[in-house]
Write a protein that binds this ligand. Structure first.
Ligand SMILES: [Zn+2]
Ligand SMILES: [Zn+2]
Length: 327
C-alpha cells in the first residue's frame, strides 16, 4: 500500500515580485489572485488524493516567515471556521478560507512597512522541516528491518518568485542537508523571475523536481502534472527533472556566487580568492601555496558555471590534490 503523503507548501509572498509578475508587458502575466486560486485547487487535489494525506502551508514574507495553515493542528482550523455552505465540500472550504484570510492579514501588515526586506525563505524552509510527519501518532510507524520507518511520505514544495539571496547560501545548504537526513523531498516551482541556483541544488540533492514555469497561464496544469504525485509514486509516474543543474556556490567572504572558489581543506569554507588565514576555522596557509594558487588562477572565468560535481556535505573531506584547495 502506498504511504500517506505529507505536503509542506512554501509560498513566496514578496509583494514587489508579485507586482512585477502581474505586469501586462510580461509574456504571460500572472496576478497573485490567479496564482492563489490555482494553488488552492492544487492543495484540495492533494487532500482529495488520499484520506490520510496531510498539509501544512507556510508563507515566506519580507523579513519573516509563518505557518498559514496546518491540517495537523486542529486549533488553526477551528479558529477560522467558515460559514456552512451546502454547495461546497467543507474540508476544502476550510483550507481555502484559512489560507486566504491568513495571507490577507499578513499582506495588510506588510503595507505599513516603508521598505521591503528580502523574503525569509530559509525561515519558512526550516519551519517546514520541523513539521511533524506523523499525523496519527505512532500507530503509523512500521518496522522495516531493524529500522522503524513512518509510513508518511514527506515532501516540501517551494513556489518561488524572489531571486537568490546569496547571503542565505549557508543556511539553505544546511537545510538541504537536514532534508536529506530526514528523507524529505524538496520540489521547486519557479513561478516568476530568474532561475535560482540554490533552489536548483535543493531539488537535485533531495531527489525532487525543479520546474521553471515557462507558460504561466498553465500554472495549475504544471502543478497537477508535476507535483501532485508523491515521491513514493514517482518510480511509476515520471515527473519532469532538470536536464542541467547550476552547482555554483556563494563565497563565505563576500556572499557572491562564484564560478571558481578556493576551498579551505580543513572546514570546507569557500572563498572567492586565496586567503592566508581561513576566517571560519583560523587555519593558516603557507605563503608558497597562496603564491602557487594565485599564479594558477585563470584570467578569464568560464562563461558557463554549470558543472557536474555536487557539493559535499560538511563532514566530507576534499581531495588533497584539488586545484582550488588551499592546502
Ligand atoms: Zn568573496
Ligand atoms: Zn577553514
Amino acid at each position: 500500500m502506498n504511504p500517506s503523503s505529507h505536503l509542506s507548501l512554501i509560498i513566496d509572498l514578496s509583494p514587489s515580485q508579485w507586482h512585477l509578475s502581474a505586469q501586462s508587458n510580461n509574456s504571460y502575466p500572472l496576478s497573485f489572485q490567479t496564482f492563489l486560486s490555482h494553488v488552492l485547487t492544487f492543495v484540495n487535489s492533494h487532500l482529495a488524493f488520499k484520506h490520510e494525506n496531510t498539509l501544512a502551508v507556510f508563507g515566506a514574507l519580507p523579513g519573516r516567515s509563518m505557518m498559514l495553515y496546518s491540517s495537523l493542528d486542529a486549533t488553526s482550523a477551528n479558529s477560522n471556521d467558515p460559514p456552512a455552505d451546502a454547495n461546497s465540500y467543507r474540508p476544502f472550504k476550510l483550507v481555502n478560507s484559512v489560507v486566504a484570510n491568513n495571507i490577507q492579514k499578513e499582506l495588510d501588515a506588510i503595507e505599513r512597512l516603508t521598505e521591503e526586506p528580502p523574503v525569509a525563505l530559509v525561515g519558512a524552509l526550516t519551519k517546514a522541516l520541523c513539521c511533524k510527519y506523523q499525523p496519527f501518532g505512532p500507530s503509523t510507524t512500521r518496522k522495516r528491518g531493524n529500522e522503524a520507518t513512518t509510513s508518511v511520505d514527506p515532501r516540501i514544495l517551494i513556489l518561488s518568485v524572489s531571486p537568490d539571496l546569496s547571503a542565505s547560501y549557508i543556511p539553505v545548504m544546511n537545510s538541504i542537508f537536514s532534508a536529506q537526513k530526514l528523507k524529505v523531498t524538496i520540489d521547486v516551482c519557479k513561478v516568476f523571475g530568474e532561475e535560482t541556483v540554490f533552489l536548483q541544488q535543493a531539488a537535485h540533492l533531495t531527489g525532487g523536481s525543479y520546474i521553471y514555469l515557462g507558460r504561466r497561464d498553465a500554472f495549475l496544469q504544471y502543478l497537477t502534472m508535476s507535483f501532485l504525485p508523491p515521491p513514493s509514486m514517482r518510480h511509476i509516474i515520471a515527473v519532469p527533472q532538470q536536464d542541467k543543474v547550476d552547482f555554483r556556490a556563494a563565497c563565505f567572504c563576500h556572499k557572491n556566487i562564484v564560478d571558481i572558489g578556493f576551498v579551505c581543506s580543513v572546514c570546507l569554507s569557500i572563498f572567492c580568492s586565496p586567503v592566508p588565514v581561513c576566517s571560519t576555522c583560523r587555519t593558516k596557509f603557507p605563503m608558497k601555496t597562496l603564491q602557487h594558487l594565485n599564479a594558477s588562477r585563470p584570467s578569464i572565468p568560464p562563461a558557463n558555471g554549470v558543472s557536474n560535481g555536487a557539493p559535499r556535505p560538511p563532514s566530507a573531506r576534499p581531495n588533497p590534490g584539488m586545484s582550488a584547495s588551499l592546502r
